[in-house]
Design a protein around this ligand. Structure first.
Ligand code: 4AD
Ligand code: MG
Length: 463
C-alpha cells in the first residue's frame, strides 16, 4: 500500500480507512492486556500518530517487542477515533515492520527533553525533536511566504553570486575564497600574487547580494534576492552567525519612504502568514519556549509604521535614566542595548530609525542635504534589536565617488557600480532582512544557533 504522510492522514480525517505510514518511533508503552501504544512521528507535522498494536496483528508479535525509541517503522492499519486523551485519532495496526533499528544504549535522544546546548552537539539528530522539527517547518513556511509576497507584488527573484570580488558593507569582514595552498602562497615583491589564484583577482564569500541586486533593479525595476551571506565578524552573541540568510529587495524609482513602507508591509505579511499557516508549531513554541510568542506575533502583524531620526533617538537615549555600557553621544553606532531600550521601554513596539551619521554607515548610502547624515534606515524590534537594515542608494556619480574615497575604497574595483550612476542613473532603494533573526522572533528561541539547521559561529563548525 502507498505510504501516507501523517500530516496528510490527519488532514484527511478518513475514519475507517486503511493507511500505511512510515516514521520514527518517539515512545512505546506496553500495557498488561497485550496492547502496545506506539507514538510515531514522520516530521510532516508536529503531531505524531498513536498506533495501537494488539494480538490481532498479522505479523509476529516479537517484532513489536524489538521496537525502540528511534526505530524507523512502517505501519499499516485502520484509522479510528481515539478514546484516549491527547489525540483525536489512532491507527489500529494490522502489520508493523521495523525498517531501521537503533541500539538504545547508543541512541542519544532517549529522554523526552534535552537542553538546547546538548542538542547543538548532535545537529544530525536534533531535527527529530519537536523543537527542531518545528523550527524547520517554520523556516520553510517563512521562505515560501517571502517568495509569495514578492511574486504577488511583481518583483523578480535574482540569483546574486555567492563568490564575490567586492565587500558591500565595507567592513572587511569577509571570508577569502582561494585555491592557493596555504603553506605555499605565490608572492611577487613580497605581496600575494592574486594573478596566480583561481580567479586571477582576490575573491571572497559575499556579505550581501545588494550591489548585484542594484544592477538588476536598474534594469528590471523591482527585484529581490534571498540567499546565504557570510560574515567573518568575531561576534559571540545570540544574534550573530558567520553564515546566515538574507532577503534583499531592491527598487528603482523608490526613495527612503517607499523603502520603509515596504519593509513594514513585508514584515506584517510574514507574521500574518505564519499565524494563518503554522498554528500547531506556533502553539508549541508558545507553550514550551516562550509564553509571549503568540501575543508578540499577533501584535506585530498589525504594527504601526513608526519612525524617527537617529538624532531624535540619540536625544531620547541621552535622557534615559539607565546606565548603558556604551555611553550615548551623537555619532555612536547604536548597540543592541540602545536599540532594545528604544523598542521595549520607549515605543513598546517596533521603530524605524532613519538618517544615520554618514561615518557609521557604508559608502553606498545617499547623502542627505545636511552633509552629515545618510538616508539609512534600521528597523528595530523588541527582544531582537535590528532586524532590517537598508537605505536609499547614492545615485549621484560625484557624491558616490567622494564617499568611496573618504572610506578608503578603491573606486577602480567598483567601476561597474559607478557605471550605473553614469548610464541612466535613478533614485533607488532597498533593504536586507536577517532571516534567522526573523525566525528567532517567530519561535521565541533566544539563541540564533537554534534557528538554523547547521550554525556556523567563531570556533564552531560541527556538521
Ligand atoms: O544591516 P546589514 O549589514 O545590511 C546589509 O547587508 C545591506 N547590504 C542590506 C541591503 O540594503 N540590501 O544586514 C542586514 C540584516 C541585519 O539587519 C540583520 O538582521 C542581519 O542582516 N544580519 C545578521 N544576521 C545574523 N548574523 C549576522 N552576523 C548578521 N549580520 C547582519
Ligand atoms: Mg545593519
Amino acid at each position: 500500500m502507498k505510504r501516507t504522510r501523517i500530516a496528510q492522514l490527519i488532514k484527511s480525517g478518513k475514519i475507517g480507512a486503511c493507511f500505511t505510514i512510515m516514521g520514527w518511533v518517539r515512545t512505546k508503552r506496553d500495557s498488561k492486556g497485550g496492547f502496545s501504544f506506539i507514538e510515531v512521528n514522520d516530521g510532516s507535522s508536529l503531531k505524531g500518530l498513536q498506533i495501537i498494536a494488539d494480538k490481532t496483528l498479522s505479523n509476529n508479535k516479537e517484532e513489536i517487542l524489538k521496537i525502540q525509541t528511534g526505530s524507523a517503522v512502517s505501519v499499516t492499519g485502520k484509522l479510528f477515533d481515539s478514546p484516549g486523551k491527547g489525540q483525536k485519532i489512532e491507527l489500529h495496526a494490522d502489520e508493523i515492520m521495523i525498517i531501521g533499528q537503533v541500539d538504545p544504549e547508543e541512541y542519544p535522544l532517549q529522554k523526552k527533553r534535552h537542553s538546547f546546548e546538548y542538542l547543538r552537539g548532535i545537529a544530525h539528530l536534533r531535527p527529530r525533536t519537536n523543537t527542531f522539527g518545528a523550527v524547520a517547518r517554520i523556516r520553510n513556511a517563512l521562505s515560501f511566504a517571502i517568495h509569495k509576497f514578492f511574486q504577488e507584488k511583481g518583483f523578480y527573484y535574482i540569483h546574486t553570486p555567492i563568490i564575490s570580488g567586492s565587500d558591500c558593507e565595507g567592513a572587511g569582514e569577509t571570508f577569502r575564497v582561494t585555491t592557493f595552498e596555504l603553506d605555499n602562497i605565490p608572492k611577487k615583491d613580497g605581496k600575494v600574487s592574486f594573478e596566480d589564484d583561481f580567479f586571477g583577482v582576490p575573491a571572497n564569500l559575499t556579505v550581501s547580494g545588494q550591489l548585484e541586486g542594484e544592477i538588476y533593479a536598474m534594469a528590471l525595476s523591482d527585484v529581490y534576492t534571498f540567499g546565504p551571506t557570510f560574515r567573518a565578524e568575531n561576534s559571540h552573541t545570540s544574534r550573530h552567525l558567520a553564515e546566515f540568510w538574507m532577503v534583499e529587495p531592491e527598487m528603482a524609482f523608490c526613495d527612503l519612504t517607499g523603502n520603509r513602507e515596504l519593509a513594514v508591509e513585508f514584515l506584517k505579511y510574514l507574521f500574518s502568514y505564519v499565524l494563518d499557516n503554522c498554528e500547531d508549531d506556533l502553539e508549541f513554541f508558545n507553550n514550551f519556549v516562550d509564553k509571549t510568542v503568540l501575543a508578540t506575533i499577533n501584535g506585530l502583524a498589525s504594527m504601526d509604521d513608526q519612525f524617527m531620526t537617529y538624532t531624535e533617538a540619540i536625544d531620547i537615549l541621552k535622557k534615559a535614566k539607565v546606565k548603558f555600557e556604551f555611553p550615548v553621544k551623537w555619532g555612536l553606532d547604536l548597540q543592541s542595548e540602545h536599540e532594545r531600550y528604544l523598542c521595549e521601554k520607549v515605543f513598546h513596539g517596533p521603530i524605524v530609525l532613519v538618517d544615520y551619521p554618514k561615518e557609521i554607515k557604508p559608502f553606498y548610502m545617499k547623502l542627505n542635504e545636511d552633509g552629515k547624515t545618510v538616508r539609512a534606515m534600521d528597523l528595530l524590534l523588541p527582544k531582537i534589536g535590528e532586524i532590517i537594515g537598508g537605505s536609499q542608494r547614492e545615485e549621484n556619480y560625484d557624491l558616490l565617488y567622494e564617499r568611496m574615497l573618504a572610506q578608503g575604497i578603491n573606486a577602480d574595483d567598483y567601476w561597474w557600480y559607478l557605471d550605473l550612476r553614469k548610464f541612466g542613473s535613478a533614485p533607488h532603494s532597498g533593504f536586507g532582512l536577517g532571516f534567522e533573526r526573523l525566525v528567532q522572533l517567530v519561535t521565541g528561541l533566544s539563541n540564533i544557533r537554534d534557528v538554523i539547521p547547521f550554525p556556523r559561529t567563531p570556533g564552531n563548525l560541527n556538521i
